[in-house]
Ligand binder design. Structure first.
Ligand SMILES: [Zn+2]
Length: 199
């Protein structure tokens, strides 16, 4: 039985003329294209979650032992983390504000996206593009959140029954002192006045 199987396999590897099986021209063309990368299957596009993971975050290593960046005095695990991981929904404007502040502090663009209304001017339908834009320009990478402060103010009735206004304040501490680096600016002055030329 085993011998028969081996014999059948041997037959399959020879041409009807008895010579060894060689790849046809078509096969050769296909394989050379593959080698050049043309025929190689495209890698699946990254999901939003994969992309954001690659962007990196500033999450505390020990959420139960780290005070939440929103300034509540509680640990991150007991304060804003349940909102970030989706275990809880924010039910007060203050919680929503704190969770968003902390999402910027810890670099969590998906939470920023998910907690932004579609009427907001920053809203984008393409969540991947939006996350890329946030990561590039709006995650406050130049600021030290441990030295930045969020001030939560009073809530007033908003424009509809479901909306409110909040009087908030914040200070953002730049990592590098602003204006400390020497700069060389050029101005050109003529009889019509002085204008700025370049940095
Ligand atoms: Zn918090």
């Amino acid at each position: 039985m085993l011998l028969n199987v081996l014999a059948a396999a041997a037959v399959a590897l020879v041409t009807p003329h008895g010579g060894p099986l060689t790849p046809t021209a078509t096969h050769l063309r296909a394989s050379s294209f593959s080698m050049a990368g043309f025929g190689a299957p495209k890698p699946a596009p990254k999901t939003l979650e994969e992309m954001v993971r690659d962007m990196g975050n500033r999450l505390p290593k020990d959420p139960a032992e780290t005070r939440c960046a929103c300034g509540s005095g509680e640990s991150y695990a007991a304060c804003c983390r349940p909102f970030h991981v989706g275990d809880q929904q924010t039910t007060t404007p203050e919680a929503a504000l704190r969770a968003r502040w902390t999402a910027f502090a810890y670099r969590l663009p998906i939470f920023i996206i998910d907690s932004t209304d579609k009427t907001n001017s920053a809203f984008m339908k393409d969540r991947i593009k939006w996350a890329k834009r946030l990561s590039k320009t709006s995650m406050f990478d130049d600021f030290d959140f441990s030295a930045s402060r969020l001030g939560v103010g009073a809530v007033e009735p908003g424009e509809s029954e479901e909306s409110v206004f909040m009087e908030n304040s914040f200070t953002l501490q730049p990592k590098a002192p602003m204006g400390a680096a020497p700069v060389r600016w050029a101005y050109m002055c003529t009889h019509t006045g002085c204008i700025y030329i370049y940095v």
